[in-house]
Design a binder for this molecule. Sequence first.
Ligand SMILES: [Cu+2]
Length: 296
Amino acid sequence: MAPLGVPMRSALFLLGLFGIGAVGACSSSHDSTNPGPTVAAITITPAVPDTLFSIGQTLQLTAVAREASGVAVAGAGVGYETSAPSVVTISPDGLITAVGNGTATVTGSSGTIKASVPVVVRQKLAKAVVSPPSGGVAIGRTLALTATGQDARGNPITGLSRSFVSDNTAAARVDAAGVVTGVAIGTANVTATVSSSSDGARTATAAITVSNAPPATATVTLGATTFAPASTEIAVGGTVTWVNDSGVAHDVDFGTQAMHIPVFDSGQRSLAFATAGTFEYHCNIHAGMTGTVVVR
Ligand SMILES: [Cu+2]
């Protein structure tokens, strides 16, 4: 019983559909209440849109509802929809905007009459960008470069291959991931190449300056009204020590409670610097008594 039941029900179901369809067709063929023109087709221009090569690129579609004779039906509204909103969006008046790589079908419809066109979005490699475009690195230290391929509207493109090369490996070398290492004092141009199998290669160059690594510790001597040297440089994580043999009381104030050495008139005081940057300080007792610590 069971194996026969399914086909039997299907046959009845199909018969039912046919019957409804026949009734529907019959009633519409006798419909004489609408004297206006009937939309028989939609035409979309351009019929085969070009590929969109960058995210944000737009393309205006025009869909026209027509009678069977080809005459445009005045006042017939045409609606638009996209099969893939992650590839293209379409505005109510037919403006396509590229959103992501892929293929979508855009459909214009008026009532039950529809027409569709395929739309392709493929970001074309327009240029390479290397970041930072210039930089300094100390001997034995590293600086990470990143290289990005962009389309004509500056949107990054994923899935591209990259390579890096230094024109002066005696000063700075670079690995496959773009990490630059300072070798000796000097300059080097590091060129990043971004490649696409479809669009070829684009390059961008970063200018690298290699300097001596700053020391881990430095000493500043307090005079009657001076810090000497006025500017001192240390490595990240290094320590600066202020030595006061001047016989004059001073403080060392970086402008925050944590970075303030209270007034002292002899001996030495130290501060550690955990982050890179340029830090200005002053003595609150002597106007114009200022100094700078550069941490790098
Ligand atoms: Cu002072």
